[in-house]
Ligand binder design. Structure first.
Ligand SMILES: *Cc1c(COP(=O)(O)O)cnc(C)c1O
Length: 354
């Protein structure tokens, strides 16, 4: 830290992204990326003219892409907000709507407390139930900005829509953010509730199901006035925060919506097969509606599994939080990658005498 840093940030603990090592080729099951490339139309979308046009600023309104998303999700114009990945949107959300504090689950996306601290938003966390499901009653009527992913991370457990609605309905005077980063892998989206609740903000990303993590594109759907608030902060920070190329790629992805939904179904099928195989090997894991599994084994410590997988060329995600030290989060890759992972796991179980 330099002596120039604003004291407000001196104690800030930054988010730790999943490791992206370059020392060797790994089977990468640690950051919930898609194992499949983006849609063919995305691969073919950029022309030399698009590259030449990089001399120009991007459309700060993302007009063409917003129009396509408006149609795809059946919302009104003015209900779509675009940004540089959904983390960027979550950042604006804590900045915009955290005046009375925030509440989120105790075990969830570890970026939420970072945003809260960054913007001086006091926050409270609600413990999950014993079986890792969200405590819906505990999240209701808090009188604060309320944020949760559906499905939750890193558990992969989804809330049914009526329970999502119960949380939204119980907090009418505060924004409720449903972070749907993983919704395309089998959960119910809260988008149909948008007509009924002006305090609901649904946040989505191109990073997971749409295979475009590196493009950095996220969007939020909400009531017009909520979107206006987010726009105000975006225009006060970085109006051109979605670059020209990404806007164009984003449009191509919407045009081939069926492609990524098909890939999501493949990932879900691989997930179910992998879950079954892991249970047969003695692992315990909740049913996942996401593109990852949250796994523990009674005879192998979580950190050991993580370390030995890495030694053998497979990266999975282990978290420092002592409450989940026994667990690892395993992203669903291709069927071949998951077979390789399962073979490595079997070797480790043998080595550990499990
Ligand atoms: C991956 C993820 C995001 C953010 O993704 P972006 O790449 O910034 O769009 C947001 N929320 C959750 C729960 C995630 O897992």
């Amino acid at each position: 830290m330099s002596r120039f840093l604003h004291p407000q940030y001196a104690g800030l603990e930054a988010y730790t992204p999943g490791e992206q090592p370059r020392d060797r080729q790994y089977i990468k099951l640690n950051t919930n990326e898609s194992p499949y490339p983006p849609a063919p139309a995305v691969l073919a979308a950029l022309t030399e003219q698009d590259l030449a046009d990089l001399r120009l600023y991007s459309d700060p309104e993302g007009t063409a892409l917003r129009a396509k998303l408006t149609e795809l999700y059946g919302v009104e114009p003015g209900q779509v907000f675009l940004s540089n990945g959904s983390d960027d949107i979550l950042n604006f959300t804590f900045m915009a709507f955290g005046a009375d504090g925030a509440v989120f689950p105790a075990l969830t996306y570890s970026f939420y407390p970072v945003f809260a601290n960054l913007h001086g938003v006091a926050y409270e966390t609600v413990p999950l139930r014993e079986d890792f499901t969200l405590d819906v009653a505990g999240m209701q009527g808090k009188g604060k900005l309320t944020v949760f992913p559906n499905p939750n991370a890193p558990t992969g457990i989804a809330l049914p829509l009526d329970q999502v609605e119960a949380i939204v309905a119980a907090n009418p005077d505060h924004v409720v953010v449903v972070d749907e980063a993983y919704v395309d892998f089998g959960a119910d989206s809260a988008v149909p509730l948008l007509q009924k609740y002006e305090n609901l903000l649904v946040v989505m990303t191109y990073s997971k199901s749409r295979s475009m993590a590196g493009a950095r594109l996220g969007f939020a759907l909400g009531s017009r006035t909520l979107i206006q608030d987010l726009e105000k902060l975006k225009y006060s920070t970085n109006p051109y925060n979605v670059n020209r190329l990404t806007l164009k790629l984003g449009q191509a992805a919407v045009d081939s919506d069926g492609y990524f939904r098909e890939k999501a179904r493949e990932i879900m099928a691989t997930r179910e097969k992998t879950a079954q195989a892991l249970r047969a090997l003695g692992f315990t894991l909740p049913d996942s509606q996401a593109n990852f599994l949250f796994v523990t084994h009674p005879k192998v410590a979580g950190e050991t599994l993580y370390r030995k997988c890495k030694e053998k060329g497979v990266l999975i995600r282990h978290f420092s939080d002592p409450a989940i030290a026994a667990y690892n989060r395993v992203t669903i890759g291709t069927p071949a990658e998951m077979e390789a992972f399962l073979a490595v796991v079997q070797t480790i179980l043998k080595e550990e005498g499990a």
